[in-house]
Design a protein around this ligand. Sequence first.
Ligand code: NDP
Ligand code: 2IT
Length: 449
Amino acid sequence: MGNGLDKKIQPIYDSVIARNPAEREFHQAVKEVLESLGPVLKKHPEFAEHKIIERICEPERQIIFRIPWTTDKGEDMINRGFRVQFNSALGPYKGGLRFHPTVYLGIIKFLGFEQIFKNALTGMPIGGAKGGSDFDPKGRSEAEVMRFCQSLMTELHRHIGEHTDVPAGDIGVGGREIGYMYGQYKRLSNRWEAGVLTGKGLAWGGSLVRTEATGYGAAFFVDEMLKVRGDSFDGKVCTVSGSGNVAIYTIEKIHQLGGKCIACSDSGGVILHEKGLDLDLIKQLKEVERRRIKDYTDYHKDAVYKEGGNIWDIPCQVAMPSATENELHGRHAKTLVKHGCIAVGEGANMPTTPKGAEVFLNAKIAYGPGKAANAGGVATSALEMQQNAMRDAWSFEDTEVKLHRIMKNIHKLCYETAEEYGSPGNYVVGANIAGFIKVARAMLAHGVI
Ligand code: NDP
Ligand code: 2IT
């Protein structure tokens, strides 16, 4: 990270840019991984000989399709749908679907690329994929969301399956949307195939802990990083950006581990509540009533809402970006370090810009990149697939124990790999190399495909 690209890898990166023009986020995600791989090629010349890096940067399949639907007022609408099936060396394609107006091919490819390595780190048999649409669910009625999900699945169903590709949620896609998509898949396929989607409702094949998994897992990962430094969450002041699925359960686990979370946010602004966030209220506002975070101050007069404010300006010891990509810039990272932040764990995918990451690494604070720290969500999706395959349902406690063990293993793997490759304490290098090597070995074994 920050050391630039190895001279053997530079032309590969140049070709990624030339072949995928104007896909800024995809370029960024590729560069960040490729910057870690110089020492790997020195140890494993067979990866260069068989062009593993070139191959891994080229998705196995990219599907782009039209999603027509009709509003409640009778207006015909057209959105664009995507599914990028990036790599199936380790298992069926696996990764979420995102509904957000900013979605275009470059976002889906960056997320799909990250997913390859994240999924490898979990140790579960899952390949990497991502999908979604530029549909904006904000302000849409229940019926509009349902019709949109059904229309999307009318095309997507022919490309997915429990042994082929298993989508799940991401920004804008939670239990409600998975329900509508599952219903349409079942209707079109005439099959009860629970393993085709994860994040399902508990009554129809979902897994306990999947809702909590990404946030819980991210907090577990930070807990491990703190332990290595002889520290813990106990009494730590924390901030978590976003107020969606990942943010809510990150806050919950931070509180269970003894930390105090004082701020969260959404795209409109920041809530600061010095005495500690009232998570029951946040769940009620966001999960039940689908309201905005600014309404928090209607119930707590001692809390402050800063319209357009930036959460990283608030002093904290642990920061957990859990909203979206590139939300934490170099200047924010500098402010956090100056304020005494000792650990950053990424619940979101690629939330820190390359400059921000450089600041954290240079300051030698504990910095857990998304592909390691937020892997608990997809890992628990894989646990959901296991339960579906066994036609079984595990208890909350048993499933959480498994998630905790997986996060500890991911932490250990990243930590040890960073040391082995001469970058002790650098979880970016550790995660990139450990994830890459697993996939590269499987690709070599499968031949030139
Ligand atoms: P949700 O849709 O539940 O919540 C997203 C939150 O982030 C909202 O508070 C939203 O605010 C905010 N946000 C989204 N986009 C932007 C933006 N462009 N600018 C500012 N704020 C924004 O999504 P999740 O919690 O599921 O996902 C959050 C992050 O975690 C994403 O990066 C996702 O890829 C990642 N992730 C999710 C996993 C999962 O299992 N769900 C697993 C691993 C990673 P607003 O309502 O104002 O838009
Ligand atoms: O980014 C992610 O890892 C997710 N959105 C979860 C993917 C999944 O298949 O559970």
